[in-house]
Design a protein around this ligand. Structure first.
Ligand SMILES: NC(=O)c1ccc[n+]([C@@H]2O[C@H](COP(=O)([O-])OP(=O)(O)OC[C@H]3O[C@@H](n4cnc5c(N)ncnc54)[C@H](O)[C@@H]3O)[C@@H](O)[C@H]2O)c1
Length: 255
């Protein structure tokens, strides 16, 4: 699929992986919508190709309204959605005080990461199926963001890993659901990337992670590594139904 002139929604486009993706898409002359918040400075002067919409990914009402706003500004062909919106979440199944994990905390993380991602997928896909197909009948692409924690989850990551495992597991059934409409689904599972989400980790924890990284033994770069993978996945029509780790060969055992 071509990027230039096409319309892409990036959730969580205000920071970290989403921001670098939104910026790269804009450089490639796409129309870009950031759902949530954004760095005003970057987008100044680019209003023609950029729209910022404040919307919660877990809300049917807000995402439906956002899609309407996108159509009003850029027309009805939304060619892709990159679901970078998400949160972390730490807490053990039973804490050191003997108390079970607060169920509301577990539900909150799963609600934002898994249910929020699915909510955006289903509503955008329902719009995509109505669109005019491109070459080979392709209508659009959905790129979801899981995490290596879907396979290598650590102590305290039970909610986060459950949410990211759900995102990974829905890749194939969603691909199969949408295949007849020419809509592709790919999931990216990043290792550690220097973004606000992991800024709370202390140096010791970061080093422990990096000790289990092959090459290069450093955090990934949002700009040039994560966003370049997303661009490739959009452009390469044969990429479908896959979960891709981007992690320098890291395989986390028990830290
Ligand atoms: N940074 C990493 O090391 C790393 C590793 C693996 C996976 N991930 C995943 O990548 C994605 C992006 O993370 P990041 O590191 O860029 O973090 P980030 O905190 O910089 O960005 C997350 C974005 O999601 C938005 N968001 C949160 N809740 C939302 C909601 N309810 N509705 C709409 N937007 C919402 C935030 O506003 C923010 O812009 C997340 O899903 C995260 O789990 C990150």
């Amino acid at each position: 699929m071509y990027i230039k002139g096409n319309t892409f929604i990036v959730t969580g486009g205000g920071s970290g992986l989403g921001l670098s993706t939104a910026q790269e898409l804009l450089k490639l002359e796409a129309n870009v919508i950031d759902l949530k918040n954004t760095e005003e400075s970057f987008y100044k002067g680019r209003e023609k190709n950029f729209l910022f919409i404040q919307a919660d990914i877990t809300s049917e009402k807000e995402i439906t309204k956002a899609i309407q706003q996108v159509i009003e500004k850029f027309g009805k062909n939304i060619r892709g959605v990159i679901n970078c919106g998400g949160i972390g979440g730490v807490g053990k199944t039973v804490g050191s005080n003997g108390m079970p994990l607060d169920l509301d905390l577990f539900k909150f993380v799963v609600n934002v990461n898994l249910i929020g991602t699915f909510n955006v997928c289903r509503l955008v896909a329902a719009q995509m199926v109505k669109q005019k197909p491109l070459e080979e009948g392709e209508r659009g692409v959905i790129i979801n963001v899981s995490s290596i924690a879907y396979q290598d989850g650590q102590m305290g990551q039970v909610s986060y890993s459950a949410s990211k495992g759900g995102i990974a597991s829905m890749t194939l059934p969603m691909t199969r659901d949408l295949s007849k409409f020419g809509i592709r689904v790919v999931t990216v599972a990043p290792g550690p990337f220097e973004t606000p989400m992991i800024s709370h980790l202390n140096e010791r924890s970061k080093q422990k992670i990096l000790n289990q990284t092959e090459f290069p033994a450093r955090p990934g770069k949002s700009d040039g590594e994560f966003n370049k993978l997303v661009i490739h996945l959009i452009e390469n029509t044969y990429m479908n139904g896959e979960i891709i780790r981007i992690d320098g060969g890291i395989r986390l055992g028990k830290l």
